[in-house]
Design a protein around this ligand. Structure first.
Ligand SMILES: [Zn+2]
Ligand SMILES: [Zn+2]
Ligand SMILES: [Zn+2]
Length: 172
């Protein structure tokens, strides 16, 4: 979780506009949920966010958190992602470049990556098949570096390491 020294003015503007369009009122609880979501650079379930919000205001309920996440998604500030555990995770979407995910099946860590080579190959393949791609989500499951070290049963895969640019997303 990286806390950025930002006030998220633009994001807040977008959210308020969306709330007004949806015919909803601005509430202190929604503001708090949005604030905590924007400050948390991570992949969160509604439940995760609920517990973070609880620390600030125990009166906020599960449903309010869930609905606010939906509003954030509709407004284009959040994006839903799934990592194969039947949960819906939310991550920042606004001003965030496209990226894909590697998921550690041992500890659940999610690593974000971007590879122009992989992106281009996907486009080429779609082109070959006459397919017009609108969006995609590439997920690779496996065992992260730390878990490989801590478990003797997992031998590190040899050879071909993809040449990807690893990074934790911090926006543009
Ligand atoms: Zn991609
Ligand atoms: Zn791991
Ligand atoms: Zn991500």
């Amino acid at each position: 979780m990286v806390k950025k020294k930002e006030d998220f003015t633009k994001e807040k503007e977008i959210f308020l506009e969306h709330i007004q369009k949806a015919g909803l009122r601005r509430t202190a609880q929604r503001d708090l949920i949005m604030e905590i979501f924007l400050k948390t650079e991570d992949h969160l379930t509604s439940e995760d966010l609920y517990w973070l919000v609880q620390k600030h205001d125990p009166s906020v309920g599960h449903t309010t958190v869930y609905r606010t996440l939906k509003l954030l998604t509709e407004a284009g500030l959040a994006r839903e992602v799934r990592f194969g555990d039947n949960k819906t995770y939310y991550e920042h979407h606004y001003n965030h470049e496209h990226h894909d995910h590697m998921i550690c099946t041992e500890c659940g860590k999610v690593i974000e990556f971007f590879s122009q080579a992989i992106e281009s190959m996907q486009d080429e393949m779609a082109d070959k098949l006459g397919f017009h791609p609108t969006h995609h989500s590439l997920r690779i499951w496996g065992v992260c570096e730390e878990c490989q070290k801590s478990e003797v049963t997992h031998s590190a895969p040899s050879g071909a390491q993809p040449k990807v640019r690893m990074r934790s997303m911090t926006g543009i």
